[in-house]
Design a protein around this ligand. Sequence first.
Ligand SMILES: [Zn+2]
Length: 598
Amino acid sequence: MSHVLAAVAWPYANGPRHIGHVSGFGVPSDVFSRYMRMSGHDVLMVSGTDEHGTPIQVQADADGVTPRQLADRYNRVIVEDLQGLGLSYDLFTRTTTRNHYAVVQELFTGLNENGYIVAKTTLGAISPSTGRTLPDRYIEGTCPICGYESARGDQCDNCGNQLDPEQLLNPRSRINGETPKFVETEHFFLDLPAFAQSLGKWLDARDGWRPNVLKFSRNLLDDLQPRAITRDLEWGIPIPLDGWRDRADKRIYVWFDAVIGYLSASIEWARRSGDPEAWRRWWSADAQGKDALGYYFMGKDNIVFHSVIWPSLLLGYSGAGDKAGNPGSLGALNLPTEVVSSEYLTMEGRKFSSSRKVVIYVRDFLERYDADALRYFIAAAGPESNDTDFTWAEFVRRNNDELVAGWGNLVNRSISMAAKNFGEIPAALDLTPDDLALLETARAGFATVGELIGKHRQKAAIGEAMRVVAEANKYLSDQAPWKLKTEQEKPRMGTVLHVALQVVSDANTLLTPFLPHSAQKVHELLGGTGVHAPMPSIVEVEDLDGGPGYPVLTGDYTVGARWESVPLVAGTPLAAPKPVFRKLDPSVVEEELERLAS
Ligand SMILES: [Zn+2]
């Protein structure tokens, strides 16, 4: 048994999330965490909403609310969406908690004491007419990289590159249109070149990473530059240095604060669990966390933060960068075991875009379709290792032909036949070679499917589980138990149905990480009681350090099925089943496409 950290990318709280966001890392990290828990590992799955930075401030200004009010609104929307999908976070929190502020400032301080933070004079914008500082968000201009005309002072929304205001072509103030004047101002930078050797050594020792991630990360080491970790902005975490702490115009850069969320959320979880030191079992580089494994889930545009920048912060804080130093008060910390990045999901051939309305929000999706139907699509056809297109036609096809006609049909016909003819799980008498072969196929699935999930090959894993389902459907067709109607034949009918139900039970366990909602239902249809697939719930909590309260997603996942075949007990009562999955009318394809076009 190991301590397994599942660190999931933090959704940005400036709007509701669309299905592209949850396809890349939301659902895959949940599948992985559920499987690891079922296999007996002690999993800590954490994330939260990322709530600082210019885009939230800009949108709050536009909506006439405070940044905190805007973040409150979308934090709640996102928490509800993730719960609807059944994502089993041990803690899904947010970056505006006082605990997070304290942990971010602690890392800043530790890095600074070890000499990994350097002050540099850069150019900052002021308004020529008022002489006041112009925060990044009030500067707009043409992106020097892609030519987009409405790039902001800190980022281009078109190409996604981070920018400095003075890089913009034709910079202008969003307040009054005047051309800003650039004057010297001081900012803090993470001294990334001071990690070239220690990072290189660490990356050399990574095995099992996807080769493209490793190669990409190694290439970054050849050209490491100091990276700004503070910004001209009022909305964010204060800089914990004398002379800076009380300045209203300078804040820690949002990327620096958000990436520390994995650690602060783990600490918050421990504090809420009643054992404030419990987080160390996943994080401490000493004996307490020595069996710990850390898996980080994200989209491919975020690899650099997880394979280079976050490891640098951890090395520097732990006193293990090229300039050495001493660990801060939290002690030396573990680096990621693996960076699991996904590719992009497109939508009917186009890039998701809220502004261009090429979008399906999680909430809208869940209002019309079941969570497991989406989870199935993501697992079977998501952007695991290639950019992937979501089309409504393919969604409906997979739902109807695979989920309903394959798995749903197996569940439905085997349980109905047993319920109708026996009213209970019938006894298995003499097993034929065909019976034994099918039972063995299902049992072998635990090793095959489990190994594939452990290697983040979920598409292949669910394919193997569905292969067991297909074998069982074929077995039922071959054995045709519905023909075994005479008194003499009935024991054989019972045996065939017992075998089929045992395989339904095994396949259901194999599918539980992917389809937890329906797995619970199938468990109950088989006469099972209690929790089979635990679900997250939303809990309203107080801030631990006196800030405003907020909703978190959490749950007790120590209960539920184990990753093993559980023998069915003959005589367990069975009722006629209700269908577990819904067949979709093909007309929904057209309806959805019209909705998109409108
Ligand atoms: Zn651009």
